[in-house]
Design a protein around this ligand. Structure first.
Ligand code: 48H
Length: 256
């Protein structure tokens, strides 16, 4: 075994995977629960799915359950998604279903990859490619370079659809709105900002507002609350899973 062979194999495989994804059907920005569900289902249907995650670990806000206690709650309506990703759950006396947050995060990551999604970690989407009043791709950079503030220019990925699944940050929609003189598909034409916690309407709102917010740019998960001015819901994840599934249904029709 030669050390140089290990390095060569890693470099070959990494850059082949990256090159395979520079022109793709869907870029999903953020590997939290909503993005992983949408990406897994779309890939399983045969679309080329590229999920970009700025952190070292995909999984977004799942890992910490509620306040660092390792369980997350899911409603009955979303159990079919847990089953599709082979994730176990237990019924609580309240009627809610409880999932080990470590199994939820790792199960969604593993499931999305097994279904064919390509997840790249340590890549931050810092901007968008906008052409003829339409989002046509994303502008990407190395997370460490951005953390250090190094003056390193980015690269781009072209996509038929881009998804903001960046959670509370709604980073992609916020950047598009800040940098361009455009009107989003919201009442004011701008992101409305997330509201305080009110679980039940929040869970409904996140699914209802999973939609196209600007030509070529879709929003799912917690980012919908920030973009469309809805409540947050706390550590209940059914809405995130169902939002990912709704996005899959929207995009599979759009892309076919
Ligand atoms: C690349 C980026 C960028 C960027 C951010 O927050 P998430 O888990 O996303 P959702 O919406 O699927 O799930 C939300 C849920 O985890 C949650 O926070 C809930 C239910 N909160 C309720 C409440 O009341 O607080 O994941 C988003 C991911 C993260 O991993 C980020 O690192 C990543 O997106 N991300 N990746 N480029 N510019 N911005």
């Amino acid at each position: 075994m030669k050390e140089i062979d290990i390095s060569r194999a890693i470099i070959n495989f990494h850059f082949k995977a990256l090159l395979d994804n520079i022109s793709t059907d869907v870029v999903i920005v953020g590997a939290g629960p909503s993005g992983l569900v949408a990406g897994g289902y779309l890939a399983e249907k045969g679309f080329k799915v590229t999920i970009l995650e700025k952190r070292l670990s995909p999984g977004g806000g799942i890992w910490g359950g509620g306040m660092g206690f390792k369980y997350a709650a899911v409603q009955e309506e979303a159990l079919h998604i847990l089953k599709d990703f082979n994730i176990n759950y237990q019924k609580d006396e309240s009627g809610l279903f409880m999932v080990d947050s470590l199994e939820l995060a790792s199960g969604l990551i593993h499931g999305a990859i097994q279904k064919g999604a390509n997840i790249f970690n340590l890549i931050t989407v810092e901007d968008l490619v906008v052409r003829e009043n339409r989002v046509a791709g994303v502008v990407i950079n190395n997370t460490f370079a951005l953390m250090e503030g190094f003056p390193i220019d980015p690269l781009t990925i072209e996509a038929k659809a881009v998804v903001d699944a960046t959670g509370h940050e709604h980073d992609v929609v916020a950047t598009l709105s800040r940098k361009n003189d455009i009107k989003l598909n919201t009442p004011t034409g701008k992101p409305l900002g997330e509201r305080s916690l009110f679980a039940e309407p929040a869970e409904k709102g996140v699914v209802e507002n999973t939609k196209e917010v600007y030509p070529g740019l879709f929003v799912c998960g917690m980012a919908t609350a920030a973009v469309f001015g809805y409540y947050r819901m706390g550590p209940i994840f059914g809405g995130m899973l169902l939002s990912g599934e709704k996005l899959y249904n929207l995009l599979k029709d759009r892309l076919s």
